[in-house]
Design a protein around this ligand. Structure first.
Ligand code: NAD
Ligand code: APR
Length: 247
């Protein structure tokens, strides 16, 4: 070449619309348990007895107690540097006219408490309750009790945690598909890739020809589907990755 610098012409333009999928691993260093790691929740509890509509119908008190315990853990937890880095990246991309679409499988509110402004909870939110009579949701910062009256319709004995159980449809699927269709980068953080439909999103991204990256403690069930991967604690890999992305 005549020495002129062609690099800027060939540098891939920085991504504008980043789709981020998070799972329990992003909250692990905040002290909230994961599900399928060694000693994870489903190794200690049977999800079929605690996280299904049938389990709730058969024994609402046991299910509500299980989620009350998890909610107290969430309230006592604090966001870690991974949550903070994602909130900063959302602001930085917004400033340049881009978007960070944050789709989480987590039911905790650590993304929000770290400053993320747009969080899509596809498995619901532990700090919300839902009434099975009127379908309304309500804030639930503390313990839920079966005998509680719905704050919206007054029905008694119809309140449940507003989380998605096995056998139920996850929330916001249309918005998620629309965001995937317009993304120019897909990043999965702290998820085992064991549960659908979330586990299928990386393959949608690949089918669209956009770059994909996995930031996880170890290779997930989907590891082969990612172009790039950084393995280690999210509190280290996420700040490093997104600092480079938005710099
Ligand atoms: P699914 O069929 O997509 O996934 C079922 C998953 O449950 C399996 O991949 C397996 O990993 C896990 N599983 C089932 N039995 C298990 C066991 N005994 N031990 C360990 N893992 C076990 O789930 P679904 O029925 O389609 O549920 C719909 C959605 O609800 C899923 O996306 C799921 O992630 C979600 N969900 C949320 C919560 C929650 O606490 N927020 C709990 C359960 C399910
Ligand atoms: N940093 C990064 N990744 C981590 C960390 C960490 N500190 N700790 C654990 N991980 C990774 C694990 O290697 C694992 O791959 O996080 C992943 C957690 O996987 P799961 O426990 O299966 O959690 P998740 O993928 O969120 O589960 C999906 O299943 O039970 C349902 O609804 C529940 O939303 C949950 C869904």
């Amino acid at each position: 070449s005549d020495g002129c610098n062609l690099a800027p012409m060939f540098e891939r333009k920085p991504p504008k619309n980043v789709f981020v999928l998070t799972g329990a691993g992003v909250s692990a260093e905040s002290g909230l348990g994961t599900f399928r790691d060694r000693g994870g929740m489903w190794a200690r509890f049977d999800p079929m007895r605690l996280a299904t509509p049938e389990a709730f119908a058969a024994d609402p008190d046991t299910v509500i107690d299980f989620y009350n315990l998890r909610r107290r853990g969430v309230v006592a937890a604090t966001p870690n540097p991974a949550h903070v880095a994602l909130a900063r990246a959302e602001a930085a991309l917004g400033e340049r006219g881009g978007r960070l679409f944050l789709c989480t499988q987590n039911v905790d509110d650590l993304h929000e408490r770290a400053g993320s402004r747009a969080v899509v909870h596809m498995h619901g939110e532990l700090l919300k309750g839902r009434c099975t009579a009127c379908g309304g949701t309500f804030a639930c910062p503390g313990d839920l009790h079966v005998a509680d009256a719905c704050p919206r319709c007054g029905a008694v004995g119809t309140s449940r945690p507003d989380v998605v159980w096995f056998g139920e449809m996850p929330h916001h699927l249309d918005a998620i598909q629309a965001a995937l269709a317009t993304a120019d980068l897909f990043v999965a953080i702290g998820t085992s890739g064991a549960v659908y439909p979330a586990a299928g999103y990386v393959r949608h991204a690949r089918a669209q020809g956009i770059p994909t990256c996995e930031l996880n403690a170890e290779p997930s069930d989907n590891a082969d589907a990612f172009d790039e991967a950084r393995y280690g604690p999210a509190s280290e890999t996420v700040p490093a990755y997104f600092a480079a992305l938005v710099s």
